[in-house]
Structure formats: structure tokens, C-alpha cells
Design a protein around this ligand. Structure first.
Ligand code: XMP
Length: 514
């Protein structure tokens, strides 16, 4: 295995992700959770030291266990990791003054070697990299030579080939360092990894960890019908069978036939014990007359927690709550006084529940990115049509119905949404789009159908491309597609007589309408 020692960088998980892409098994351990003895007792095959927010010029700042440099295995220090390596091996680091953020170009050092992790680089005479540092190395430890320099980091790439120790000032793990992957690939190759690790091995390892954590105790899993909670549920069921019970809180704000599909799939197909709390009336009555988006969200969130708690209370002796939290949902940082501290996005559906109910968390997906969760879902045999589904927000159709929500509007919205998605699938565009849906607008407009006047709702189509939901652009449908879809919606959905297309990007817009 490859060990990543984490000094708290926001992008440490990206290193792990790149290694998984190279089919290499890795583990991330916070710097303060691993000792010299741990390392000597069970030495990894190679070590990567991550970046981090601290400064090595601070005498009490984080350090790597000294054994890292004594095991005789290849070591790759990234950013703070490079600085800590220099500091611990006898070089010098200077604080502040020469910060570099964003794109930079590395020039090859005169007489440099292109070996080890730097093999195959500088094809164009320089290397584009992504920098994010305040401190920099000013004096190398003995045995090292400079391979490349940037305007503000004279030792941006360094190597001690005899020991296979490497350091870089920039971040090879981010996309903005085009040859970063090549450096990581070179590193794992010289460390002797054969690249035979797969998602199947990840699954086996995750199952082993769940069994170890849970033992013979019981787990409750909140199922939303989305990909993340579904993959988590199926994985946990594979690990501990009927010690798992799923609770599906149906708030009546799901898409056409969605609730039935969830129940059929989990109860009938996977044989997973499932409580279906059909509480549409309760939610819709509570939302009656509510038009403020935040009040909608809070009302749904509060009721969701109440119902979940009520249903979970019926499961005897449950000690764990399973969640499909993904890595991007988690902002994890290493705190220097204690262990990693965790903040979860405020819109997470069951936030606050574990403390309230005295439950411990099982989060088997928290190291993974969305596309990796999909790969794991495939490994678990979930149907492709289900795995590739667009994200759907916890508050459901409520936030696609600006203004007040009525049963009538929801019915119209569901039908229009189904037609839009059908169109997208028919034109084979579904997988090119991050998310697509219809919002029903709180406006009625005049139209003419046949010889009669209509006075019905207007709706907006929304379809965006995105990589992570943080930024997005509208999807460039052809005019023919838009025209055909508008005609179908107006003909097939009673209650809508006008269709618009939302061409706002994010930012400044958001993907959802509320
Ligand atoms: P926005 O609208 O903020 O959405 O651009 C970004 C992504 O997040 C989803 N979203 C939510 N997901 N609970 C969720 O589970 C929520 O409250 C929530 N609000 C937005 C949205 O669908 C998009 O994928």
C-alpha cells in the first residue's frame, strides 16, 4: 500500500483519487495519528507527504514521523510535504514574502536530470503547474539536486535519486497541473506498484471495514432514492445483511413514479428491510401557503428529521446511522490540537440527527467522489439506468415550484418533468447533462389552443453541464430540440401553455430555482 500522510491540505483527497485512477491502493492518515513505531511495524511501500496550511518555520508546526525517511522507501513531498521533508532532513525553509497562487511555469534547472518522477517532463521546455504556497524551500538537504525552478520557488522540483526522495512546491494532484498525473504515475512505478488495484478491491475493503466497525449491532440507513444513499445501503447490506434497516421518508415531493421505484428496487429486488414512511399529506399540509424558499427548506428539513426519528425509534437497538456522505460534502481539515474536524454542508438532509439520536455514523463513501461512487454502484450490480441518474435535491420538487406549492401544481410539474427527461433520453443527451428538470412558475399566461383561449401556467426547462455542481453552464440544446420539447409539453401536459428555457449559468444563478 501507499501511505499518504495528511497535513491538512484541502486537496489531499485528490491525491488519493489520482492514485485510485492509477489502480494503486492507498491510505490517508493524519500526521498526528501515526507514529515511528506504527511505520516500522507495518511499513508502506511508498509515502506521499501532503500539502497543508501550516508553516514549518513554526517550531511547533506539524512534522512527519522521522521514520518516514528511514524506512528505505520512496517518499514524495508535495508543497508543505516538501518543506517538512527539507526541514527534517537538514534543509531550510523561508516564511512568507514570495507567495505564489495559481498557474506558474517551471523551467528546467541547468544540467538537470529527467529521471525518477520527472521522467518525460519538459517536452515543451517548461512545465505548467498549479501553485498555492506562502513559504518556500531555500536550502536543500544534502543529497538533493534541483530539477526545476519557478520565478518564486528556486527549488520547485527537487530530487535525491539515490534514496528516491522527491519534492515539489506545486500541486501535481490538481487538474491544473497537466503533467501532475505523469509525476504520480512515475512515482508509483518506481515504487514497484503494478496497478492491479480495482474498484472490486475497494468494495471488499469497504465491506471489511463496515463489519469491523459495526460488529453484530444494528444500522439504520436513510434512503432518499438518490445514487449516494442507495450505493451506501446496498454496500452495507452486503456487509452486514439484515442488521441493516432502511428508512425511506417519502415527503410527497418526488418525481413521477419515483417512490414506487425505490420501494420495488430495495424491498423486492435487493431484499433489504425497508420502512416506507409515506407522509406526503403531512409535508404538503405543512407547506400550505409557504412561498419563502428558506421557510420551505426548513419546514421540510424539520419534518424529515421528526419522521425519520419516529421510524428509526421503532427499530430496536440500532446504534449506527448510515449516510451516503461523499468527499465533496465533507470539508475535512486536520486540527493541530486534536483529530480531524468535520463540517458538513448545511443542506445535508439528516444533519444533526446522529447527535440528537445518540447514534454513531457509518459513512462508507466519505472518501469517494461522485464518479467513483457510480463505479462502486456498478461493482455492486446496481442497474446502469439508476447509477447514471442526475442528482436530485433533498427538498425535491418543493424548490422547483417557486411561490406556493399545491398538489395541483405538483401534478403538472411531475408530468412536464417526465416529458422533458423522456425527450432528453430519446435524443441520447442524458449522459452529457449534469442535471435537467422542469420548474413550474408562479405565473399564468394567456395562450390560444385550437380556437380557444387558455390561461395556464408557464414553466421553465433547466439543463446544465457541470463537473461538481459548484459551477454550471446551461446546456446548448438545438432549437429543434427545444421546439419539439415545448410542443410535446404543451400538448401532453394539461395546465401548461408556455415553455421557456433557462439560460443562466452558475454563478450568478444557482442550478435549482430556490
Ligand atoms: P444549487 O441550486 O445550489 O445546487 O446550484 C447545486 C447542487 O446541489 C443540489 N441541491 C441540493 N441537494 N439538498 C440536496 O441534497 C439540498 O437541499 C439541495 N439544494 C440543492 C442541486 O440539485 C444541485 O445538484
Amino acid at each position: 500500500r501507499l501511505l499518504i500522510i495528511d497535513f491538512g491540505s484541502q486537496v489531499t483527497q485528490l491525491i488519493a483519487r489520482r492514485l485510485r485512477e492509477l489502480n494503486v491502493y492507498c491510505e490517508i492518515r493524519p500526521f498526528n495519528a501515526i507514529t515511528d513505531d506504527d511505520l516500522r511495524a507495518d511499513p508502506p511501500q511508498a509515502i506521499i507527504l501532503s500539502g497543508g496550511p501550516a508553516s514549518v518555520t513554526d517550531k511547533d508546526g506539524p512534522r512527519a514521523p522521522q521514520a518516514v525517511f528511514e524506512l528505505g522507501v520512496p517518499v514524495f513531498g508535495i508543497c508543505y510535504g516538501q518543506q517538512v521533508m527539507m526541514d527534517q532532513l537538514g534543509g531550510s525553509v523561508e516564511a512568507g514574502h514570495h507567495a505564489e497562487y495559481g498557474r506558474a511555469f517551471i523551467a528546467p534547472a541547468p544540467g538537470h536530470r529527467r529521471d525518477g518522477i520527472f521522467a518525460g517532463l519538459f517536452q515543451d521546455g517548461r512545465e505548467e503547474v498549479w501553485m498555492s504556497h506562502g513559504d518556500r524551500v531555500t536550502e536543500m538537504a544534502s543529497g538533493f539536486e534541483v530539477i526545476g525552478t519557478s520565478p518564486h520557488a528556486p527549488m520547485a522540483m527537487i530530487a535525491d535519486e539515490s534514496r528516491h526522495f522527491y519534492g515539489v512546491q506545486f500541486h501535481p494532484e490538481v487538474h491544473h497541473t497537466p503533467n501532475g498525473r505523469k509525476m504520480l504515475e512515475n512515482f508509483v512505478q518506481l515504487a514497484g506498484f503494478t496497478g492491479d488495484w480495482t474498484m472490486a478491491s475497494y468494495k471488499d475493503e469497504a465491506i471489511r471495514k463496515i463489519r469491523e466497525q459495526v460488529g453484530d449491532r444494528r444500522v439504520i440507513c436513510g434512503l432518499s432514492g438518490g445514487v449516494d444513499s442507495s450505493v451506501a445501503a446496498v454496500l452495507i447490506h452486503e456487509a452486514i445483511g439484515d442488521q441493516l434497516t432502511c428508512v425511506f421518508v417519502d415527503h410527497g415531493l418526488l418525481r413521477l413514479d419515483e417512490a414506487d421505484q425505490v420501494v420495488t428496487m430495495f424491498r423486492d429486488h435487493y431484499n433489504i428491510p425497508l420502512i416506507h414512511a409515506d407522509e406526503a399529506d403531512l409535508f404538503l399540509d405543512a407547506l400550505d401557503g409557504v412561498s419563502d424558499p428558506e421557510v420551505k427548506r426548513k419546514t421540510i428539513g424539520r419534518l424529515f428529521i421528526d419522521i425519520f426519528q419516529r421510524e428509526a425509534g421503532k427499530i430496536d437497538g440500532a446504534e449506527f446511522l448510515a449516510q451516503g456522505t461523499l468527499y465533496p460534502d465533507v470539508i475535512e481539515s486536520v486540527s493541530f490540537s486534536g483529530g480531524p474536524s468535520v463540517t458538513i454542508k448545511s443542506h445535508h438532509n439528516v444533519g444533526g440527527l446522529p447527535e440528537k439520536m445518540g447514534l454513531k455514523l457509518v459513512e462508507p463513501l466519505r472518501e469517494l467522489f461522485k464518479d467513483e461512487v457510480r463505479a462502486l454502484g456498478r461493482e455492486l450490480g446496481l442497474p446502469e439506468s439508476f447509477i447514471g441518474r442526475h442528482p436530485f435535491p433533498g427538498p425535491g420538487l418543493a424548490i422547483r415550484c417557486p411561490g406556493t406549492i399545491t398538489r395541483d401544481k405538483l401534478k403538472i410539474l411531475r408530468k412536464a418533468d417526465a416529458v422533458f427527461i423522456d425527450q432528453i433520453r430519446k435524443h441520447d443527451l442524458y449522459d452529457d447533462i449534469w442535471q435537467a428538470f422542469v420548474a413550474i412558475l408562479p405565473v399564468r399566461t394567456v395562450g390560444v389552443m385550437g380556437d380557444g383561449r387558455t390561461y395556464d401556467y408557464a414553466c421553465a426547462l433547466r439543463a446544465v453541464t457541470s463537473v461538481d455542481g459548484m459551477t454550471a453552464d446551461f446546456y446548448p440544446f438545438s432549437h429543434d430540440f427545444l421546439g419539439e420539447t415545448a410542443t410535446r409539453i404543451i400538448n401532453e401536459v394539461k395546465g401548461i401553455n408556455r415553455v421557456t428555457y433557462d439560460i443562466t449559468s452558475k454563478p450568478p444563478g444557482t442550478i435549482e430555482w430556490e
